[in-house]
Design a protein around this ligand. Structure first.
Ligand code: NAD
Length: 290
């Protein structure tokens, strides 16, 4: 397939390279010259604008920082510029309302579109092992699925447009909550005289077990190798966790619900981020609880 790829940053760079490896012809655009150079090294053709990259393609994939940018890029450079019949896949993490608006605009202009945010970080983007949660019509999903399969290990249809984003922020709200819970449990266990490894050995096979403990343990030297073993570098940045918790709280307000634990997780990550920890992995929040 001929695929335009817009947004070649930490995530998009690896994803575009994987589309090339899967045999697709990739037409890439980013505002950054460094990102364009790296994409060229990975076998992408590069263009001076998103509109040019979208010419003559079967699909457009975007991986951009936020909803305002996604809305502007699709309105100015994609809708009406890509050939009729192309399918659009926005893999960025953005608010549900904007995802639904952009999809409606695309559909009104005759295009199929899905929102397809990801679970998994930069390493998963490079390895092609992302999980995609996809919102859009059955028909749009069927057309997007072969593109996403080249980039991830799981592609799940979540229902109508915007539902991919809804799944993403609910999942990451839960992740923020159980990471803080895991950190509090380790900190308290230690204060009560338990060795962290011993607590891990018990809790990882007991009812407190969760992903933050057994796959992403926040204590260095305990459990599998994680960002905690690398000075909390790499992994999923605190700033991105805060972004997702803010999106979750915005969506909660729109839906008329009041998730108390999600709100508290947002407050704690906001304080941790404001203390200069935005670039550290989100499991580093354990250092503020000690
Ligand atoms: P990034 O900042 O590294 O990359 C974004 C890229 O978009 C940059 O290269 C930037 O130059 C480009 N860009 C910005 N405006 C543009 C425009 N108008 N036209 C073309 N290019 C433009 O961000 P990232 O870490 O790759 O994240 C991308 C998206 O993926 C975000 O929505 C983020 O929330 C989500 N996400 C990130 C991670 C992660 O671990 N980094 C994990 C899951 C989801």
């Amino acid at each position: 397939m001929k695929i335009a790829f817009i947004g070649l940053g930490n995530m998009g760079g690896g994803m575009a390279a994987n589309l090339v490896k899967a045999g697709h012809e990739v037409r890439a655009f980013d505002l950054s010259d460094d990102a364009l150079n790296a994409a060229r090294d990975n076998g992408c053709a590069t263009f001076a604008s998103a509109a040019e990259a979208c010419q003559d393609v079967d699909a457009v994939v975007s991986m951009l920082p936020n909803g305002a940018i996604v809305k502007a890029v699709y309105a100015n450079d994609v809708i009406g510029k890509a050939p009729a019949g192309a399918v659009f896949l926005d893999c960025s993490t953005i608010d549900v309302a904007t995802a639904r608006e952009v999809a409606a605009d695309a559909e009104a202009a005759g295009y199929a579109m899905v929102d397809a945010p990801v679970s998994g970080g930069i390493a998963a983007a490079e390895a092609g092992t992302l999980t995609f949660m996809v919102g859009g019509s059955e028909e749009a999903f069927k057309r997007a699925e072969p593109v996403l399969s080249a980039l991830g290990k799981a592609v799940i249809h979540a229902g109508q447009a915007g539902n991919g984003q809804a799944a993403k922020i609910c999942n990451n709200m839960l992740l923020g909550i159980h990471m803080i819970g895991t950190c509090e449990a380790f900190a308290m266990a230690q204060k009560l005289g338990l060795d962290p490894q011993t607590f891990y050995d018990i809790s990882s096979v007991s009812s407190g077990q969760c992903w933050s403990m057994t796959s992403y343990c926040p204590v260095p030297g305990v459990g599998p190798t994680t960002p905690a073993d690398n000075g909390y570098q790499g992994g999923f940045a605190t700033g991105l966790m805060l972004k997702d918790l803010k999106l979750a709280m915005e969506a909660a307000q729109t839906a008329g619900v009041d998730p108390q634990m999600g709100q508290r997780a947002r407050e704690l990550y906001e304080a941790f981020d404001a203390a200069g920890n935005g670039a550290r992995d989100f499991s580093a929040i354990i250092t503020s609880l000690k």
